[in-house]
Design a protein around this ligand. Structure first.
Ligand code: ADP
Ligand code: MG
Length: 698
């Protein structure tokens, strides 16, 4: 193979070769990127074993003389080569081969072959082994196997890494006191260079087990450095934000805030009052708020958001509330109009409504209200952040179900104050962030938690039921309807295919319509035009519709207190947090409520143990935090966060479940390093995150 020509340096003049392009595609642009591209596993080519010592299934390297070679046609054309190492013989079998293979493996040649050995009555076999002529010294280090792509051969990547390791700037970025602290926390390699040397080319004495479970000091060093880079970049992002100015919005006595509290049909829970105060303190400051409001489904986040809005309006500013779906936005709109318009009217102010499906004229009227400042509050979907939307003076942006919005969208909201100031940002979520994630990915976010449900809610009884007992479930629906209650039936996502979702939901809708004569059964899915969705929703909200069959469009936030039964079909296909959110659609009134998790085993089989365990967990716990924790355990942070959406570069090496000691160190080290060694901090971030650091600023 041709020598790779300095693969990691960017040669502006020469066009990139195919493997170089493949390297870039994997994000391996700089020498340091390659140096930090670590092996998935290793192959042991340091030893040759004798055939009499091998065991069936072992990965082995053997060396022997070819005693026989022939092409046979046993069903398929194949090359069979017999190798004799003096202790036994082994057949090398190839189904695809070239004349060059036959030439190398000619009778009399001394050959090294490597692969997974199979032993049976017919003797040992290696299927498609790697092989080469014997001779030359055995490598002294394990051979690394790197994550790669089809266009990038392992051998090329290996050479590229060797070269990059030599060239890369690996100077120490950890100041001595912090390094000493790390060494007290964990057994770590003394330098990054040494750690990388071990991880890329471990000597035969290295513990494979420690390398594999990543407890090896070299791994500990890498993970600690990675976590430090993450903490540093978050701390920097926070610093940059803290240097910006936002409108100061002090709580005013006798204003809308007090009036809203006085007119609400309920008293706030202690938790709502507490988070309300946290938010009010932020709003009164000159630094833009960057706060996440988390609270279980039904914990009453909306009213907290409304109260925050009144503070901004009292101070003479505008507010925007953005929700991910039109249904949810519409529901917020209704609620906020109900609460706020009577109070806003005497002030000559209004609540505006913006959505993609709006008629042009209506939309223009809304845009005018927003531009003139007459709209004190704007509620809507993504439409709220489009370019044509010009606020007179936006001070506060409220984002519901923040994980459904991307970084760019959040940034767009920030550009809308109508001046040089930044708006305050309050994000809401019903999927609580487990502590370790809050400490790492969201380290720069202030978090308020509503940890209490409003009184008078009856707990939801959750049942896990096989799909074969569908008829009983329909009976149950009938009895709920007879008591004047309403029912949700949710159909699953089938591999993200909307078309299949739809056919499934349509079939269920037909089935239930037939089984429940005289009952209005509605159907709601994401492909419906907005006016139709709205019509169906308003029939269900109004109580005329008994059963609502839907795909997951109702996932977030819909509030119909009279609904007392939630049936989730193919519950085994949903994530735990998603199930929890869906379940939270019922149990919002005083009536006893239930959630039926219907599962169906794969054809002819039983539901897998993990799937059953997950559903059981759902039945056992109603604590959203506990569920989020288990969900994280099962799915890992990547899926949990929705990496692409959050934009947070995921940790490649550190594992938040096992590396809490390193995370704790990094959290303490980061602010100290920024304070006392800002240049080193910057070098450390650049080394680890390169261009990805930008993402963290949102
Ligand atoms: P979520 O946190 O899931 O967004 P909502 O804000 O939709 O929850 O609130 C759920 C329901 O509880 C709504 O009908 C809301 O009006 C009601 N609610 C909110 N706070 C209280 C409270 N303190 N007492 C009684 N009901 C409340
Ligand atoms: Mg909500």
């Amino acid at each position: 193979m041709a020598e790779p020509a300095a693969p990691a340096t960017s040669s502006a003049s020469k066009p990139l070769s195919a493997p170089q392009k493949a390297l870039h595609k994997l994000g391996l642009k700089r020498d340091i990127d390659l140096a930090l591209h670590l092996p998935l596993r290793y192959e042991d080519e340091t030893r040759i074993v004798q055939l009499r010592d091998v065991r069936n299934g072992e990965l082995v390297q053997i060396e022997g003389t070819v005693t026989h070679s022939e092409v046979q046609y046993r069903g398929r054309r194949q090359l069979l080569v017999t190798l004799d190492d003096g202790t036994d013989t082994c057949t090398l079998r190839f189904f695809s081969f070239y004349p060059s293979h036959q030439k190398t493996l000619a009778v009399g040649a001394v050959v090294r072959a490597r692969g997974e050995i199979r032993g049976g009555f017919a003797g040992y076999t290696l299927l498609h082994p790697a092989f080469k002529l014997a001779g030359g010294e055995l490598p002294t280090a394990l051979t690394p196997v790197y994550p790669t792509s089809a266009q990038l051969p392992q051998a090329y990547l290996r050479k590229a890494v060797v070269g990059a390791l030599k060239r890369a700037d690996l100077h120490e970025t950890l100041p001595p006191p912090l390094l000493a602290g790390l060494q007290r926390t964990a057994r770590v390699s003394p330098t990054l260079r040494e750690a990388l040397q071990v991880l890329h080319h471990p000597g035969p004495e290295a513990s494979l087990a420690a390398l594999e479970d990543r407890s090896h000091p070299a791994w500990q060093r890498l993970k600690a450095e990675e976590l430090l880079a993450q903490q540093l970049s978050q701390a920097l992002a926070k610093r940059e934000r803290d240097a910006l100015n936002a409108p100061q919005l002090p709580l005013r006595r006798g204003g809308l805030h007090e009036q809203l509290l006085a007119t609400l049909p309920f008293a706030l829970t202690a938790a709502q009052r507490r988070v309300g105060e946290e938010i009010a303190l932020d709003l009164a400051r000159r630094v833009p708020m960057h706060r996440l409001l988390q609270g279980d489904v039904g914990s009453g986040k909306t009213v907290v958001a409304a109260l925050a809005a009144t503070i901004a309006i009292d101070a003479g500013w505008q507010c925007a509330l953005m929700a991910p779906t039109e249904i949810l936005a519409a529901q917020h709109f209704r609620k906020l109009v109900g609460w706020l318009e009577p109070l806003l009217e005497p002030l000559g102010k209004r609540v505006a409504w913006l959505t993609g499906g709006q008629k042009k004229k209506q939309r223009q009227a809304m845009l005018d209200l927003i531009a003139s400042g007459e709209a004190a509050l704007v509620v809507g979907t993504h439409a709220v952040i489009q370019d044509q939307v010009v606020f007179q003076r936006l001070a506060l942006a409220l984002i519901d179900e923040q994980h459904r919005f991307g970084v760019a969208q959040r940034l767009a909201l920030r550009g809308k104050t109508g001046g040089t100031l930044e708006p305050h940002l309050l994000m809401m979520t019903a999927t609580p962030i487990p502590r370790t994630l809050a400490m790492s990915y969201y380290a720069d976010l202030d978090v308020s938690t509503i940890d209490e449900l409003p009184p008078g809610r009856t707990p939801i009884v959750t049942k896990v039921v096989s799909d074969q007992r569908r008829a009983e479930v329909v009976e149950r629906i009938r009895s709920q309807l007879d008591q004047g209650r309403q029912v949700y039936w949710v159909c699953p996502l089938i591999e993200e295919s909307e078309a299949l979702d739809l056919s499934n939901a349509t079939a269920t809708h037909a089935e239930l319509s037939q089984a429940l004569p005289g009952v209005l059964v509605g159907l709601l899915h994401s492909r419906m035009p907005p006016p139709e969705k709205k019509a169906v929703m308003s029939l269900f909200v109004g109580g005329q519709m008994g059963v609502l069959v839907s795909t997951t469009v109702i996932e977030v936030g819909v509030d119909v207190p009279n609904a007392s039964l939630m049936v989730i079909e193919h519950a085994e296909r949903f994530g735990l947090s998603q199930l929890h959110q869906l379940r939270g659609r019922v149990g919002r009134g005083a009536a006893a409520s239930a959630c039926v998790l219907l599962y169906s085993a794969p054809e002819g089989g039983r539901l897998g143990e993990t799937a059953r365990e997950r559903l059981r967990a759902m039945a056992e716990t109603h604590d959203g935090f506990e569920i989020a924790r288990r969900d994280l355990e099962i799915r890992g942070p990547g899926e949990f966060l929705g990496a692409r959406q959050s934009g947070a570069p995921l940790l490649r090496f550190a594992d938040l479940a096992t590396d809490t000691h390193l995370l704790a160190w990094a959290r303490e080290a980061a602010p100290l390093m920024l304070e006392r060694h800002p240049a080193l901090a910057e070098q450390h971030i650049a080394r680890w995150l390169g261009s990805k650091a930008e993402y963290l600023k949102a």
